[in-house]
Design a protein around this ligand. Structure first.
Ligand SMILES: *Cc1c(COP(=O)(O)O)cnc(C)c1O
Length: 318
């Protein structure tokens, strides 16, 4: 199935009045430091605290009435799980979230708070996907994966659509990269609305499977990477995301954990904005000159803001 910009437009219609049209922020300090004009799309201010709400809501909205009433299942302990739980509650779809038995209590509570049923599995003895498949079959649930799904990709594409609608032409667009749902959707919007822009995916240095996949022309799988960018610890791009990325992306670059911490500190100190480590990937690439931005108009996706306050304090104190 080919996913096109028309799918992003359809997602935008479903999300209208439901997802926040998040603000595009600017900072003279950031511009002075980089010599660029930076436009930050602030998805920490999205519902449930990250862009994931867009794809989750769109994927549930695209289901038939009967499927939606039977319910949906997601396996994740991160932003996708919360987004599915919240988006399901808004659309009357029961949600089941499969989480490891040692998932942080605060995340379990937040997910249950949105009305989801949390099912635990033992991450050392049980296979998450097998547990999910069995549950889904038993209960007739539809599984919605975090990135490798056409409706998820189309929903994620609405963030860059809004960004370009607001800023006008951009020279460079920087996008955080995990499994590639956000990047693939962003590429569909950017190619339609800002065809001249150079678009980069930014992933953690420790998990540069996207960069390797692009170089080799096939999906490269890596062991689970170790990085503070916990929303981008994916081991491979998806069957749906990779072809779009391969065809349309300008390049994929990486940033280190130390560079992410420096960016987090900048957003708190200067812009009064909490951005989680993964949410700083794209910004760090601009701040550190990893992608040359001087003299350019640059769109930067800040993808999310869900970081535990105690962890945030530790990052900032370090
Ligand atoms: C999921 C996530 C990403 C990565 O998105 P993909 O679609 O998997 O590439 C980046 N930032 C945040 C905050 C996320 O939750």
């Amino acid at each position: 199935m080919t996913i096109t910009y028309a799918d992003v437009e359809a997602a935008a219609r479903r999300l209208a009045g439901v997802a926040h049209r998040t603000p595009v922020l600017t900072s003279r300090t950031a511009d002075a430091r980089t010599g660029a004009k930076l436009y930050f799309k602030a998805e920490p201010l999205q519902r449930a605290g990250a862009f994931k709400f867009r794809g989750a809501y769109n994927a549930i909205a695209a289901l038939g009435e009967a499927e939606r009433r039977r319910g949906v299942l997601a396996f994740s302990s991160g932003n996708h799980a919360q987004a599915i739980a919240y988006a399901g509650a808004l659309q009357g779809a029961p949600t089941v979230i499969v989480m490891p038995h040692d998932a942080p209590a605060i995340k379990v509570a937040a997910t249950e708070g949105y009305g989801a049923e949390v099912v635990r599995y033992d991450r050392y003895t049980e296979d998450r996907e097998a547990v999910s498949r069995r549950l889904a079959e038993e209960r007739g649930l539809t599984v919605i994966p975090p990135y490798d799904h056409p409706d998820v990709i189309a929903g994620q594409g609405t963030a860059v659509k809004e960004l370009i609608e607001e800023t006008g032409p951009l020279d460079v667009i920087l996008v955080c990269l995990g499994g590639g749902g956000l990047l693939a959707g962003s590429l569909l919007s950017a190619r339609a609305l800002a065809p001249e822009a150079a678009i980069y995916g930014v992933e953690p240095e420790a998990g540069n499977d996207g960069q390797m996949s692009l170089a080799r022309g096939e999906i490269v799988r890596i062991p689970v990477p170790v990085s503070i960018a916990d929303g981008a610890l994916t081991t491979h791009l998806g069957q749906h995301t990779f072809p779009i990325i391969r065809r349309e992306v300008t390049g994929i670059v990486t940033v280190s954990d130390a560079q992410l911490v420096a960016a987090m500190r900048f957003f708190v100190e200067r812009m009064k904005l909490v951005v989680e480590p993964t949410g700083c990937l794209a910004a760090a690439a601009a701040f550190e000159g990893i992608v040359p931005v001087a003299g350019k108009r640059v769109g930067v996706i800040l993808s999310g803001g869900n970081v535990d306050p105690a962890a945030l304090a530790r990052f900032l104190a370090a």
